[in-house]
Design a protein around this ligand. Structure first.
Ligand code: FAD
Length: 288
């Protein structure tokens, strides 16, 4: 492995300084469950790795109507927080299934997002929760919607020197529900063949005021299907309408055939899991 400096940052300024100095030859580290595997595997070389786990602003988990999650918060801390569990069950769905307990104790949602694998389990759930990514650097700050963050396999909108400080989830509207499911050929510790996240917001009369569906592992990036929103808004949350949404998902995705599944299987799963997660999201929306 190419030797690199290891910097244990204790402030945002520390991180900015390392990233500004090394450009694309430095990267932040949280759990390292992707980064260290990739460095050892020789996928790329770095001159510096900056650990952000001791940066206070990256460790916040503030639930105050909306939810602000620092980029270094481990998945286990996230899903063990009772307030978060009550308010965001659709995010708990994904946080609890990444890897196993050891991975969840170190790995972060921000790391999953910045790694930008199309199969990343937490990205689509963030999209259907309309999450916003707070990006910072020595030059300033900006905010990007999660659906616009990944630009290709392993690629993101982050420019040299930039990193993710935190991710914000709006307060769930009254009548909001969300769910995530993935298909894997065994019970755990596998990469999604297909993953689907859905959210539904019901209005006072029980009709769909908003719906968001995003799919993992069926394209070069997580796929947010706006046509499903257009189809469902104003309709009843019925089986028939959710089957129709599944058909849109089936046709809209562009999967590949690989060792985990074929194009046909992935299209089929896209339809089935879209229907299932919309149904579960609507049940949660009704339950409040
Ligand atoms: C055994 C095993 C099982 C796994 N199972 C799953 C699974 O079921 N589902 C799944 O989706 N993934 C899985 N993974 C992959 C991995 O655990 C997840 O992607 C995890 O969420 C990554 O988080 P991390 O904190 O470890 O990221 P790190 O490895 O620390 O970082 C990942 C990448 O993001 C960058 N990065 C991290 N934080 C920031 C930041 N704040 N700003 C900018 N860039 C940043 C890093 O530089 C690196 O390029 C598994 C991995 C292993 C080893």
């Amino acid at each position: 492995m190419h030797p690199f400096d290891f910097v244990a940052a204790t402030s945002v300024a520390d991180v900015n300084s390392v990233l500004a100095q090394h450009g694309n030859r430095a990267r932040p580290l949280v759990g390292g469950t992707d980064l260290l595997v990739q460095l050892r595997g020789g996928r790329f070389e770095l001159d510096a790795v900056v650990d952000i786990k001791s940066v206070p602003e990256a460790n916040v988990l503030e639930l105050n109507g909306s939810l602000k999650m620092g980029s270094a918060v481990p998945l286990a801390e996230f899903y063990e927080n009772q307030g978060v569990r009550n308010a965001y069950p659709g995010l708990i769905d994904c946080a609890e299934l990444v890897g196993g307990i050891q991975i969840q104790s170190r790995a972060s949602m921000a790391g999953n997002l910045c790694n930008a694998t199309p199969s990343g389990d937490t990205i689509c759930p963030m999209i259907v929760h309309s999450a916003q990514v707070h990006i910072t650097s020595a030059k300033g700050d900006r905010t990007v919607a999660v659906e616009d963050f990944c630009t290709g396999p392993g690629r993101t909108v982050l420019e040299d020197g930039e990193w993710v400080l935190d991710i914000t989830f709006p307060a769930p509207a009254s009548g909001f529900g969300a769910a995530y499911e993935r298909f894997i050929p065994r019970n755990e510790m596998d990469i999604a063949v297909v993953g689907v996240a859905s959210s539904v917001t019901l209005d006072g009369s029980g009709k769909i005021a908003d719906a968001r569906v995003a799919l993992a592992a069926v394209g070069p990036t997580p796929v947010f299907i706006r046509d499903i929103t257009a189809l469902l808004v104003g309709k009843e949350p019925t089986e028939e309408n959710f089957v129709a949404a599944g058909k849109i998902a089936h046709d809209a995705v562009s999967p590949i055939t690989d060792m985990r599944g074929t194009i046909e299987q992935r299209r089929h799963l896209s339809g089935v899991l879209t229907r299932r997660t919309l149904t579960k999201a609507a049940e949660r929306a009704k339950a409040g």
